[in-house]
Design a binder for this molecule. Structure first.
Ligand code: SAH
Ligand code: SF4
Length: 388
């Protein structure tokens, strides 16, 4: 089976070692170490970093700042760039694009591009534009990329399509950051010039793939030059992950998928609550030292008749007040998926819920669904259309 003409299987050499060694994902000492046998000076490594992370070259042959013999020697030793490749694109009427991107073993993950996007990263509907014509490349002034951290997910939230896959595997740091590189390249977007936001809200639970996820963040904030203040990570409430996150010097903003006003309702829709209660999650979140004006986002998926009543809104207000955390609430109307037994909330219930939070002083925003028609909206990511 092939994808875009490239063999999906990694070729093994005579010693049984992988003969294709991806460089994308490595930088600094990691890169020097991987290429040790060539005795490269520091400036050669820097040239390679620029080629990998700024120019986003597809092949070592394209690293034109290197002499040709060096490129050939490195390629002959089995190294390759390994920039993840977009193998399929779905385009929505609202300008959103959903991609299947092949990882190192050819398995695909999903990544979403939202021009002018409200990926919930600002918590407001700063843009009223509908994204316009996705055909013309620069029809956006800012954009949000929704990034996956695992193939599938182990957390098993009852309302989420990704949960149906179970956990297939973790992504590597290169595969996580590589989704961003592949999409930036396709869109001809440059973080230094264009306003690019990242939300780690695609497939998977980032805090159950913590090391690779954080290594990807450092790569993105480092040589890929996306400020960490423009990144948001969402977790279902993995307490040990939140506690580690609290210690990080370079870190995205934090969003917690609350989704319920109390443990009882939450257990019914998010079994992970049995492991860590809302109170335990709140205690962990309180350990995260916030930057100036930073707030924690609580995401709240509204499920018709389940958690969308006014008394639930009142409970959420009490919960947020008691937690004493600078917070805002992002309301997300549930996006339906095949075989998932919930109903969408009524539009007027969403509006009343938001109003109820706001009138009691809790900032609340309704996240505009993006790309519902192409299964790109929250919780709709399940490799739809993939060759598997
Ligand atoms: N696993 C992480 C991040 C990915 S899910 C987490 O759960 O936080 C990103 C957001 O989409 C979460 O807030 C989740 O609650 C929400 N979500 C999941 N399924 C959804 C659906 N069908 N409709 C709307 N939002 C959904
Ligand atoms: Fe996993 Fe997030 Fe979906 Fe829950 S909502 S199953 S944590 S991807």
């Amino acid at each position: 089976m092939t994808t875009g003409g490239k063999p999906l299987t990694t070729i093994l050499d005579a010693r049984g070692a992988a003969s294709e060694r991806p460089l994308f994902g490595l930088w600094n000492e990691e890169l020097s170490e991987a290429l040790q046998e060539f005795g490269l000076l520091r400036y050669r490594i820097r040239q390679l970093e620029t080629a990998l992370y700024r120019q986003k070259v597809a092949e070592i042959g394209e690293v034109t700042t290197w002499p040709r013999e060096l490129r050939e020697k490195v390629a002959a030793a089995g190294f390759r760039v390994g920039l993840p490749e977009i193998v399929e694109t779905f385009r929505s009427g609202d300008g959103t694009e959903r991609y299947l991107i092949a990882g190192n073993d050819g398995q695909t993950v999903e990544t979403v591009w939202m021009p002018e996007g409200d990926g919930g990263e600002e918590g407001d509907s700063a843009s009223n534009s509908d994204g316009g014509d996705a055909e013309s490349k620069k029809n956006w002034s800012r954009a949000t990329i929704c990034v996956s951290s695992q193939i599938g997910c182990a957390v098993n939230c009852q309302f989420c399509l990704t949960a149906k896959l179970g956990i297939i595997r973790n992504l590597t740091a290169g595969e996580i950051a590589g989704q961003v590189a592949a999409v930036l390249k396709r869109q001809e977007a440059e973080p230094g010039r264009d306003r690019i936001n990242l939300v780690f809200m695609g497939m998977g639970e980032p805090f159950l793939n913590y090391d690779a996820f954080m290594a990807a963040v450092r790569l993105l904030a480092g040589p890929m030059e996306i400020p960490e203040s423009r990144m948001t990570v969402s977790t279902s409430g993995i307490v040990p992950g939140i506690l580690r996150f609290a210690q990080e010097k370079v870190r995205p903003k934090l969003a917690i998928s609350l989704n319920a006003p109390n443990d009882e309702v939450r257990e019914g829709i998010m079994p992970v609550t049995r492991k860590w209660s809302i109170a335990e999650v709140m205690d962990a979140v309180r350990q995260v030292p916030l930057r100036q004006r930073e707030r924690i986002t609580f995401e709240y998926v509204l499920l018709g008749g389940v958690n969308d009543r006014l008394e639930h809104a009142d409970e959420v207000v009490r919960l947020v007040r008691r937690a004493q955390i600078p917070a805002k609430v992002n309301l997300i109307a549930w996006n339906p998926g095949p075989g998932i037994p919930f109903t969408m909330p009524q539009a007027e219930d969403v509006a009343r819920f938001q109003e109820r939070l706001r009138e009691q002083g809790v900032p609340a925003f309704v996240r505009r669904p993006r790309g519902r028609d192409i299964y790109a909206a929250c919780g709709q990511l399940k490799k739809t259309g993939s060759q598997g």
